[in-house]
Design a protein around this ligand. Structure first.
Ligand code: ZN
Length: 371
């Protein structure tokens, strides 16, 4: 057992962790306010190096402080980067309750569904469930969602510090945590990369509305958050403006995130969105405009949605304009075949129009020239 004193460090990066390991350390002593980067935390966990805060270090020998999760006691580099220890002490015992065991099984079943439906690839995607006020069960990093077992899962507090479980938690947990902090109704988050929904996400556009009833009721208006590097606090925070009024957000050039009252329901919304995007693309290939559900019939759907307690930005009447139900707040919605409602939706971008005009003009001029 060898402990290295890094109490002078305000930030513990992977370099520090690596040099401690090369020096043969089995634990690192740090100050309570030390912030840990995700890669340093993962490195420590993988190499079984414990973190001991200076307060603990005084209380007992370092070898007695080895946590199940070495990084557990420290603030991670996350949404509240620089924050000290969490205010409400998390309860690691929640991880072993019968409720937690049931949730772990549900997460594994949902992971398998995501993989079977090709919503995740490689080790992509992550799933979490908020089991307590400051406790979130989540999937580990670097494990395929098809292969998940309950033993693979871990638990973190709302700052992303791992408090239970042996495998390092997903590096994307901060995205989920921002949603739990912003929306008290959110109990579970599912992040994945379903191809057709992600196709929209890489165009920077959202699908149009009032085409298929189930989509309006369970998902409805989809938001799109700007691209940031995955795993960073900036990325996690991109969804904050949208998640109160949208249970599903497209992550630009990345994938999607859905939240719900259960793990299963959060996954349903991913399925509903993916199938909807796919169907729109298929319909576009038929070469005729898509029919829309009328405003009046659309109101019925929104009434159903309200009864189910699902969020929708269209409930906020202060944001209503003309042609509301289908087009509110979606200046960038597209189907492959544009289906304008009031001229504001599905309209090709100006650059596209210019290119179209140029190609038509060139064709006409070419034809004239040939005659
Ligand atoms: Zn992802």
């Amino acid at each position: 057992m060898k402990s290295i004193d890094l109490t002078g460090h305000k930030l513990l990066a992977i370099r520090d962790a690596q040099s401690a390991q090369s020096a043969g350390a089995t634990s690192i002593l740090v100050c309570e306010k030390c912030v840990l980067t995700p890669s340093a935390r993962d490195f420590l966990a993988q190499n079984n190096i414990a973190l001991v805060t200076s307060a603990q270090g005084k209380a007992a020998s370092s070898s007695a402080q080895v946590d199940a999760a070495p990084a557990a006691k420290l603030s991670a580099y996350g949404a509240n980067s620089g924050a000290a220890l969490s205010k409400t002490a998390p309860n690691p015992r929640l991880f072993f309750t019968p409720e937690a065991e049931a949730i772990k099984k549900e997460i594994c079943a949902v992971g398998r569904k995501l993989w079977m439906r090709q919503f995740v690839d490689g080790n992509g995607g992550n799933i979490s469930y908020r089991i307590g006020p400051n406790e979130v069960i989540c999937t580990p990093t670097l494990v395929s969602k098809f292969d998940l077992t309950p033993e693979d899962l871990s638990m973190v507090d709302l700052e992303g510090n791992q408090i239970a479980g042996t495998k390092p938690r997903t590096s994307e947990i901060f995205l989920h945590l921002e949603i739990y902090k912003a929306v008290s109704e959110a109990k579970s988050c599912v992040h994945c990369h379903p191809p057709h929904a992600t196709a929209y996400a890489i165009t920077g556009r959202v699908p149009p509305n009032m085409v298929i009833p189930e989509f309006e009721v369970f998902v409805g208006k989809v938001a799109i958050s700007p691209y940031k590097t995955p795993g960073t606090p900036e990325f996690a925070q991109t969804v904050i403006p949208y998640v109160k009024q949208h249970n599903t957000v497209l992550l630009a050039n990345h994938g999607i995130i859905c939240w719900g009252d259960t793990v299963t329901h959060a996954e349903w919304y991913a399925e509903v969105l993916e199938t909807y995007c796919w169907t729109l693309m298929l319909a576009a290939q038929l070469g005729v405009p898509i029919s829309r559900i009328s405003e009046e019939q659309g109101s019925d759907l929104l009434a159903i949605k309200k009864k189910l307690g699902l969020p929708d930005i269209r409930f906020d009447t202060s944001r209503m304009k003309e042609c509301q139900l289908s087009d509110l707040e979606v200046p960038n919605s597209i189907a492959l075949t544009p289906t304008p409602c009031d001229g504001s939706t599905g309209r090709p971008a100006e650059a596209d129009l210019e290119a179209l005009i140029k190609s038509v003009t060139d064709a006409v001029m070419g034809a004239i020239g040939e005659k």
